[in-house]
Design a protein around this ligand. Structure first.
Ligand code: ZN
Ligand code: ZN
Length: 345
């Protein structure tokens, strides 16, 4: 199931209504979208299937730093910029879960005088994951002067997009050495309408971002027609790390698989697998030409194997967290959560 996470609507500072956003998502072939308006849950009543797309509503909490994307809650949680643990705990106390948003930002002198909204407190516990790639934040970081702004906005909007934030992924990898967490890609879609005299430009309309970085969830069963059941399926997959994310501007992920197997049992992305003799890692990118591929398999955050082959099979002799990063035609393309290979007892 493919869906977009981290979207703002007219319930906060986005330009589109939830129905309009769902329509755009349907046009782009998405299965689900996750709305994250700032400091509100008033949009909860709009949850459910719209235009065939499952609309799920969470909220983005905090102002100047420690932005947290919270889901699965029904009561608003007060912002607490200085104590993000209190926010995480309040979300968890309601049975919800959440993601640390855009933890490392460079900022742009053109936008709010370079203001950033970083995550600084890494002592926090109990969050579900990290948004390691935030499309709009990366675009803004890449635009450092007016010339670049015009060039990128009008001609080449994906030039500043270099792939997931390396610092955020490094932080993610470090945490996965002690517990399971989930990496996601966020759009931070607002569909900004910018007017400067006679010039009018929509920066990253919803449709554009729905065709860019999206999250693919591995579900054991098809998404249910009943919205409440479908919501539980999506949330369970996110919590288990059964997620990879893909930049659709480079290519669709059709047929991509990454597994660890011993011939009898098979582990998928997000799973734990006990290492035995004959354990193999397998990866397939069907239909992709080798010369366009740059595949890196990371073990415990370090590059473990690199190849340009569209099919990989490697024997595993060491425990560790194994995840995949792929660039296609020199564009960031596909990034998986780890499979956790552990020593058998
Ligand atoms: Zn934010
Ligand atoms: Zn946001």
């Amino acid at each position: 199931m493919m869906g977009n996470i981290h979207i703002h609507s007219t319930y906060s500072d986005g330009a589109g209504t939830i129905d309009h956003i769902a329509q755009a998502a349907a046009k782009c072939g998405l299965d689900f979208i996750m709305i994250t308006d700032h400091h509100t849950l008033a949009h909860l009543e709009e949850e459910g299937y719209r235009h065939g797309v499952l609309v799920l509503c969470g909220t983005e909490i905090n102002d100047k730093k420690h932005h947290y994307l919270a889901f699965g809650i029904t009561k608003e949680v007060a912002a607490n910029d200085e104590n993000p643990q209190a926010v995480i705990d309040a979300v968890n106390a309601q049975g919800g879960f959440g993601f640390i948003a855009h933890p490392f930002e460079k900022g742009s002198p053109l936008v709010l005088n370079g203001t950033t909204y970083p995550w600084v407190d890494w002592q926090v516990q109990g969050f579900t994951g990290i948004e390691v790639w935030n499309w709009c934040s990366q675009f803004r970081d890449g635009v450092q002067n007016v010339g670049q702004a015009l060039y990128f906005a009008y001609l080449k909007p994906d030039v500043p997009i270099t792939g997931p934030c390396e610092k955020a992924f490094a932080r993610f990898d470090a945490i996965t050495q002690t517990r399971k967490i989930t990496a996601i890609a966020g759009s931070d879609a607002h569909d900004w309408h910018i007017r400067r005299g006679p010039l009018f430009r929509r920066i990253f309309p919803y449709e554009y971002l729905f065709g860019a970085a999206n999250n693919c969830l591995l579900l054991p069963e098809p998404l249910a027609e009943d919205a409440a059941t479908a919501k539980a399926q999506i949330y369970a997959a996110l919590k288990r790390g059964r997620v990879y994310f893909v930049n659709r501007l480079a290519a669709e992920p059709e047929g991509f698989t990454f597994t660890v197997t011993d011939g009898q049992k098979t582990a998928f992305i997000g799973d734990t697998f006990p290492l035995k003799g004959g354990t193999k890692l397998q990866l397939f990118c069907p239909g992709k030409k080798g010369r366009h591929l740059q595949i890196k398999i990371k073990r415990n955050g370090q590059t473990w194997y690199e190849t340009a082959a569209s099919e990989v099979e490697r024997k595993l002799t060491q425990a560790g967290t194994y995840r995949v990063e792929i660039r296609l035609k020199n564009k960031p393309w596909l990034y998986t959560n780890p499979i956790y290979v552990v020593d058998s007892i």
